[in-house]
Each structure stands twice: as structure tokens, then as C-alpha cells.
Design a protein around this ligand. Structure first.
Ligand SMILES: *[C@@H]1O[C@H](CO)[C@@H](O)[C@H](O)[C@H]1NC(C)=O
Length: 138
């Protein structure tokens, strides 16, 4: 093989392995944890996992999910009370009195959504309350 071909091949290998991570991530073969925006708990890789992408120094995960982007702390998203940021939230979030057979195309949308156990007060409301506090409608 000619030397130029070797160089091209080597660059291809380097490029391919580096390309597997997002721009704010870096590939590491050690088991590590990422910081998560607005969270005390870190997001840790399973022990024994091989090469994985972790946030670069100074970056943290937007949410508690390795599929979430790594951002600088100034770009962390703070949601309103009783809401959490999701990268794949429901296109038609649950609200008080929502019919069970409501049609939904189940698209993935990112944004702030009611946290676990909470629902929107109404179809047009932005406010989240515990599901158990929904007014009973007759
Ligand atoms: C990288 O980090 C910057 C700064 O927080 C952010 O604006 C950008 O969206 C991030 N890019 C990706 C691909 O996650």
C-alpha cells in the first residue's frame, strides 16, 4: 500500500471514531459520569461499558439521558414550577379531563412538560397540578 493511501485510511479511522460523538462530547473508554443541568445526581455510564461519549469539560447534560445534548451551564433550561425539560415529550400532553381515546400522532417534541404525576389544568393551560387534584367534571 502506498503511503498516501495509509494516511487517508488512518484519517478515515480517526474521523469515523471521532464522528460518533456530538461536538460537545468526547469519547472515553473509562467509565465516567456526566453532570446534569439543575440536578444533584450525576448521569453515570454502566460499569463495564466500553467506549462512550461523555460531555466535554465545562459541559453538562441538558437532562438525565445520554441522548440529551451537552451544553454549558448558561444554556441549561429552567422550566416553570412542576415542570421538567424533555427532549422527547408528547405532542399532546395529558390534561385534566382529557378523553382516554384522544387521538394523538405521538410526535416527539422538546420543551418543558409536567413532571411525573402532574398534568395540565386544562387543554389550554400552561399550569401543571397533581393528577389527583384535577377537578371532577360531571
Ligand atoms: C454545544 O454547547 C453550546 C453551548 O452550551 C450549545 O449552544 C450547543 O447547542 C451545543 N451543541 C450541541 C450539538 O449540543
Amino acid at each position: 500500500m502506498k503511503i498516501e493511501m495509509l494516511v487517508v485510511f488512518a484519517l478515515f479511522i480517526i474521523g469515523a471514531s471521532a464522528g460518533a460523538c456530538e461536538p460537545n462530547e468526547t469519547k472515553l473508554s473509562i467509565t465516567r459520569c456526566d453532570r446534569v443541568c439543575h440536578s444533584e445526581k450525576k448521569l453515570c455510564a454502566e460499569r463495564g461499558s466500553t467506549q462512550m461519549c461523555f460531555c466535554k469539560l465545562g459541559f453538562q447534560r441538558l437532562i438525565n439521558d445520554f441522548g440529551a445534548p451537552c451544553v454549558r451551564s448558561k444554556d441549561c433550561i429552567k422550566c416553570d414550577e412542576n415542570k421538567v425539560y424533555e427532549i422527547c415529550g408528547s405532542d399532546c400532553p395529558e390534561y385534566c379531563g382529557m378523553p382516554e381515546d384522544e387521538v394523538c400522532d405521538k410526535k416527539c417534541v422538546k420543551g418543558c412538560f409536567c413532571k411525573e404525576g402532574y398534568v395540565l389544568v386544562s387543554e389550554v393551560s400552561e399550569k401543571c397540578i397533581p393528577r389527583s387534584e384535577c377537578p371532577t367534571i360531571y
